[in-house]
Ligand binder design. Structure first.
Ligand SMILES: Cc1cc2nc3c(=O)[nH]c(=O)nc-3n(C[C@H](O)[C@H](O)[C@H](O)COP(=O)(O)OP(=O)(O)OC[C@H]3O[C@@H](n4cnc5c(N)ncnc54)[C@H](O)[C@@H]3O)c2cc1C
Length: 203
């Protein structure tokens, strides 16, 4: 058996009041309904940068909130200068070193070194990554590292601590979801198949 369930079902959460409101989403969808409206994007990596640019280019007033001092250097090299230039030009408002404290119907409460303020917001996208469903892995009997959320695996075969149970794709990465892509995850099959064939009586 091979578990290849990825991580998209489990978005990371801020754990602040209002996060489950109808005016907050942990998944980006489309920008058009936000034309001429105030939208907050929380995050500082690829998803947040791409969503902020798409919203801006389709007429939304965008505020990007990031807990770090600048956007991640892991943002794709063709996206990073684009978003940085939009921020520099004042076309996208960015607030760095910012903690999002609550999502209200018409604003987001933000704490910075200057204090607490309300940022006008009709809708907010919280785009701060994902994590695999470790509860399911544990139910299968697979050992999962408490800190990294990575399943314990044989690196050569991707067989878990349960004999005959393999993992493939992004679920292998634990919290480090940005280390497995389509390009390298698809190669997991060539590690798994030779090892899995050992369990087949007449391959
Ligand atoms: C915003 C963003 C942009 C990205 N861009 C790129 C990119 O440009 N290039 C690139 O290479 N990678 C990119 N990635 C990473 C890429 O999407 C993942 O590495 C890839 O999708 C992982 O494939 P997977 O098969 O492991 O998981 P997934 O593609 O997530 O597939 C998992 C499947 O398992 C199903 N599933 C989940 N739980 C269960 C369950 N309990 N029972 C049954 N089925 C279940 C899901 O419905 C899904 O069909 C990006 C990721 C994000 C978040």
């Amino acid at each position: 058996m091979v578990v290849a369930t990825g991580y998209f079902d489990n978005p990371n959460r801020l754990g602040v009041p209002g996060e489950d409101s109808p005016w907050v989403s942990h998944y980006y969808d489309e920008p058009y309904r936000w034309f001429d409206r105030d939208v907050t994007v929380v995050g500082g990596r690829n998803s947040a940068a791409e969503a902020a640019l798409d919203l801006f280019r389709n007429g939304a007033r965008v505020t990007l909130l990031h807990r770090g001092p600048k956007l991640s250097e892991g943002v794709k090299y063709w996206i990073l200068p684009d978003i940085e230039n939009r921020i520099r030009a004042g076309e996208i408002r960015a607030i760095f070193n910012a903690r999002c404290e609550a999502f209200r119907m018409e604003s987001v409460t933000v704490r910075t070194a200057l204090g607490v303020s309300e940022v006008p917001s009709d809708f907010a996208y919280v785009l701060i990554g994902f994590h695999p469903d470790t509860a399911m892995l544990r139910r299968f009997g697979i050992e999962v590292d408490e800190e990294t959320l990575a399943p314990r695996l044989d690196a050569d075969t991707l067989e878990s601590t349960v004999p005959g149970l393999f993992l493939a794709g992004a679920v292998v990465a634990g919290k480090e979801t940005n280390t497995i892509f389509v390009e390298n995850g698809r190669l997991h099959g060539s590690k798994i198949v030779p090892a899995a064939l050992r369990y087949v009586r007449n391959p």
